[in-house]
Design a binder for this molecule. Structure first.
Ligand code: NAD
Ligand SMILES: O=C(O)C1=N[C@H](C(=O)O)CCC1
Length: 246
C-alpha cells in the first residue's frame, strides 16, 4: 500500500517541490497540502507529514503530528537543543512515532558535513561560509550551524587548540557569527540557491570543501528517503546521515 504524505508549508518554495516529488513517486500518495492558517487536524489521514515552514512554526507542527501518531520529516531550520528536547518529551508518549529533523537533504551537503568532521582535527584554522538566496529568513543557515557544531565537537574530542586569530579591533560582524568557536559567515545574494564552503588551514596549505545546490530538486532524493524510512525509525533522528548508512 502506498505511503500517504501530507505537506505542511505546501505553498512555499520547498513545499511546492515536495508536492510535485510525492505526486511523481509511484509508492507515495499526496494526502493533503497545508499552509499558514490551515487546520492540520488529522493531516488528511497521512502516515507521514513533511514540514518545510518557518522556524517559528515548525515545533508546533511537529508536536501536532506526534500527538496524532503521524511520523514527521522536517526540513525547516532554526532548531535548538531546547526545541529538540520538547520533541523527545512528546515522543515519550508516542514511542512508535518517528521524527526526522535534517537541516539539509541534499546528499552532497550531508557528505560535506561528514568530510568536514573528518578533516576537523588535522587543521589549525577553520571557518564556514554559507551563501543563499536573499529570500531566506534565517541566518546563518541551519546547515552551516550544524557543520560548525560537528567540526567544533571533533576538534574538542581531539584536543585541538582554538583557531588562531589576532583580530584586536574590527567592525561588528566582520568576523562572522561564533558557533561553538567556529566563525560562520552568511552571504545573501540573488542568483544563489544554497551553497556552503568549509575552509581549513594549516601552515603552508588549505583545504576547501564546497557544496552547491543549484536547484531545489537537489533536496528531493533525501526528502523521499526520509519519507520512505521514517516509519521504521521511531524516536527523534537529527540529520539524514544515518538514513543514508553514513
Ligand atoms: N532541510 C533542507 O534540505 C532545506 C532545504 C531548503 C530549505 N530549507 C528550510 O525550509 C524552510 C522553508 O524554506 P522555503 O524556502 O520553502 O520557505 P518559503 O518561505 O518559501 O515557504 C514556507 C512556507 O511555510 C508557510 N507557513 C508559514 N507558517 C506556517 C504554519 N504555521 N503552518 C503551515 N505553513 C506555514 C508559508 O506560508 C510558506 O508557504 C526554511 O527553514 C529553510 O531554511 C531546508
Ligand atoms: O533555502 C533555504 O532556506 C535553505 N535552508 C537550509 C539551511 O538553512 O541550511 C538548507 C539549504 C536551503
Amino acid at each position: 500500500m502506498n505511503v500517504r504524505v501530507a505537506v505542511i508549508g505546501a505553498a512555499g518554495r520547498m513545499g511546492q517541490q515536495v508536492c510535485r516529488a510525492v505526486e511523481s513517486a509511484d509508492d507515495l500518495d499526496l494526502a493533503g497540502r497545508f499552509d499558514a492558517g490551515d487546520e492540520l487536524g488529522d493531516l488528511g489521514g497521512a502516515d507521514v507529514a513533511v514540514d518545510f515552514t518557518v522556524p517559528g512554526a515548525t515545533l508546533a507542527n511537529v508536536l501536532h503530528c506526534v500527538s496524532r501518531g503521524v511520523h514527521a520529516v522536517v526540513g525547516t531550520t532554526g532548531w535548538t537543543d531546547d526545541r529538540l528536547a520538547e520533541v523527545r518529551t512528546a515522543l515519550d508518549e508516542r514511542p512508535a512515532v518517528g521524527v526526522l529533523v535534517a537541516p539539509n537533504f541534499a546528499i552532497g551537503a550531508v557528505l560535506t558535513m561528514k568530510f568536514a568532521r573528518e578533516a576537523a582535527r588535522f587543521y589549525e584554522s577553520v571557518e564556514v561560509v554559507e551563501l543563499h538566496h536573499p529570500d531566506k529568513v534565517d541566518a546563518p543557515s541551519g546547515t552551516a550551524v550544524r557543520t560548525a557544531q560537528l567540526v567544533a565537537e571533533a576538534r574538542r574530542d581531539a584536543g585541538v587548540d582554538p583557531a588562531p586569530d589576532a583580530t584586536a579591533s574590527g567592525l561588528d560582524g566582520a568576523r562572522g557569527a561564533d558557533v561553538d568557536g567556529v566563525p560562520v559567515h552568511a552571504v545573501r545574494l540573488r542568483g544563489m540557491v544554497a551553497h556552503e564552503e568549509v575552509l581549513f588551514g594549516s601552515p603552508g596549505e588549505t583545504l576547501t570543501l564546497r557544496h552547491d545546490s543549484f536547484d531545489r530538486e537537489s533536496f528531493m532524493p533525501g526528502v523521499l528517503t526520509g519519507v520512505r524510512q521514517v516509519r521504521e525509525r521511531p524516536g527523534l533522528t537529527v540529520g539524514l546521515e544515518s538514513y543514508l548508512g553514513l
